[in-house]
Structures are given as structure tokens and as C-alpha cells.
Design a protein around this ligand. Structure first.
Ligand SMILES: *[C@@H]1O[C@H](CO)[C@@H](O)[C@H](O)[C@H]1NC(C)=O
Length: 306
């Protein structure tokens, strides 16, 4: 389209150029593959997972949690994070080695998760300032010790007493400060289609989308009757919920009754690619895939690289 032939006002044609550029950024296919690893104590190593050199590959260590397990039940620690992934197999040396051997690999840490020692994990902050200060210092230590590159936000339950503003400011300020300090180079969020969860993450998105690089939307939270066409509709819904976001498609390799199968998930990724909407794919999880030989990781990365 040549705006001069349409005789548009220059500021309007600049506006159009900006909009078209934004659309191109948020719709085009790209090649990010991400995989959660280390939450299930099944002994999976980074080096077990096939890595295609033609994709951008992110491991996401699961999880760092601001809870103490010195008490029963575990209690929130107001932003003092501890490590709850399998550090025997996913050690600082292992992170160093996998990045040394594969220039396309980065490693992140996911915060929160569903449970700790069998108890539900809630986002809970005494105050914004104290939570942010504790989180910045405890996570900086962990990220530097393990030579990590990014953080993922995966709180799934929220204290009734903490409103969207508290969550938004805690997480938004945490990401902003870690980036400004050069501690991380990217950040993602991992919402799913549950109204209270969506309202938290959409409030965060409204104020802090400029520091959030990826939306790892948990599409496998939809039920097992979901068809490929419905999956694509759900994907389009999330594009409007997180405008301008780089939304990853996803599926899980644990065959859980009632949830979308890996086969349906992979077919949906193929359909999204054919519609030029596949920015990336993430899989939950490497631990589950160890059993079945990582066939979905191989196929997903081949699709992204094609
Ligand atoms: C968040 O919830 C906890 C209870 O889980 C409460 O003690 C705390 O005061 C709340 N924080 C804010 C900032 O409202």
C-alpha cells in the first residue's frame, strides 16, 4: 500500500505504519521453543532433551518459590525465594555445560507453580515494597549462582487479601528492576483460562506489557474435548486479552485425563503455523517426556524450524 496515492494525512499514514508493524510483530511465525524442567523429581537432565540448532531454545527450571517448608504446612516468606527444582541434575555446572554446547540455549527460572510439598502455593505479599526488595535480592543470588537468563511468572492461586494492584506492582517492579540491573534479559508470564487468574495477569499486562517478552499461555488447561479449531479460537482470544504479546502455543506430555492431549496440541500448533500465528511452542514438561523419548519435542522443534 502506497499512502501517497491514497492522499492520507502524514500523521495518519505514520499511525497506519505503526499499527501494521505491531500486527506483523504479534502475528508472524517465529521459532521459540521453551520447556519446563525439573519439577517432578524424575531425574531428567538438560542433556536428555533433543535440541534443534535451528530454534531459539529456552529451558525453564521449575520452580523457585517464596515459601518455607520448615513448617507444616509450608508458609509464605514474602518474596524470599528458595529453589525447589531438581538441583542434583539441574545444577549450575549443568546449566553452564548445556549453554556452552548449544549457543541457541538460554535457561530461565519459573516462580510459583501449583504446589509446594503437596500444599497449594499462593501469591502473598505483606507489602509491595518489602516483597519486591526480598524478591530482587533472593532471585539475584539464585540467577547469578546458576547463570540464568530470564524469569517466568507462574503464580496460579492468589490470597483473597491481595488485590490485582498488589500483584501487578510486585511482579511489574520485580521484572523492571531485574532487567535494569542486567540480571535477566527476558521475562514471561504463564496465565491460564480461569477468570480470577486472567484478571490478575491482564491487570499486570495492562501496566507492564513493555517488560514482558512472552506469554506462556497454558492452553492445556482446556478440557480434552477441545478440537484443533477450538484451540485456535482460544488462541485468538488470548491475542485480544494480551494485545501485542508474543503468545506461545502449548501442550503437556503427561497424558492427564480430562485435559488436551499432546497430539491435539501439536496439531493445533501446525494449524497456527499455517495461519502465520505460531510465535513459539512450550511444553510441560521434560520430566514427563523422558518416559516417551521426547518425540513431541523433536516434532515441535522441527515444525518451528521449517
Ligand atoms: C496479602 O495477603 C496476606 C494474607 O495472605 C495479608 O497478610 C497481606 O496483608 C496482604 N497484603 C496486602 C499488600 O494487601
Amino acid at each position: 500500500m502506497d499512502s501517497s496515492t491514497l492522499n492520507l494525512h502524514p500523521s495518519f499514514s505514520l499511525f497506519l505504519t505503526v499499527i501494521l508493524t505491531l500486527m506483523a510483530v504479534s502475528c508472524a511465525n517465529s521459532n521459540l521453543f521453551a520447556e519446563y524442567i525439573g519439577a517432578q523429581g524424575l531425574g531428567v537432565k538438560f542433556s536428555d532433551v533433543p535440541i534443534n540448532s535451528d530454534v531459539e531454545f529456552h529451558f525453564i527450571c521449575s520452580f523457585a518459590i517464596d515459601y518455607s517448608v520448615a513448617t507444616t504446612p509450608p508458609t509464605p516468606t514474602n518474596g524470599e525465594f528458595g529453589i525447589f527444582w531438581d538441583t542434583e541434575n539441574l545444577s549450575p555446572d549443568a546449566v553452564f555445560a548445556i549453554k556452552q554446547d548449544n549457543s541457541n540455549v538460554k535457561v530461565a527460572v519459573s516462580l510459583g507453580g501449583a504446589t509446594v510439598n503437596g500444599a497449594d502455593v499462593y501469591f502473598s505479599a505483606t507489602s509491595v515494597d518489602s516483597w519486591v526488595s526480598n524478591a530482587v535480592s533472593s532471585l539475584t543470588t539464585i540467577i547469578q549462582e546458576y547463570n540464568l537468563d530470564g524469569i517466568d511468572i507462574d503464580y496460579e492461586k492468589f490470597s483473597d487479601e491481595n488485590d490485582t494492584d498488589t500483584f501487578t506492582e510486585c511482579i511489574g517492579q520485580l521484572i523492571t528492576i531485574l532487567k535494569a540491573n542486567g540480571v535477566i534479559s527476558f521475562a514471561s508470564i504463564a496465565p491460564f483460562a480461569d477468570p480470577p487468574v486472567q484478571s490478575m495477569y491482564q491487570a499486570l499486562w495492562q501496566r507492564y506489557s513493555s517488560v514482558i517478552d512472552y506469554v506462556n499461555f497454558q492452553f492445556y488447561g482446556y478440557d480434552d474435548q477441545t478440537t484443533v479449531d477450538q484451540y485456535v479460537e482460544y488462541f485468538d482470544e488470548q491475542v485480544s486479552n494480551y494485545p501485542g504479546g508474543n503468545i506461545l502455543a502449548s501442550f503437556m506430555t503427561e497424558n492427564t485425563a480430562g485435559q488436551i492431549s499432546a497430539d491435539t496440541g501439536l496439531s493445533a500448533c501446525e494449524e497456527l503455523k499455517s495461519q502465520d500465528k505460531l510465535f513459539g511452542i512450550f511444553i510441560w514438561s521434560a520430566d514427563d517426556s523422558l518416559q516417551e523419548g521426547f518425540t513431541y519435542e523433536i516434532q515441535s522443534q522441527a515444525l518451528l524450524a521449517s
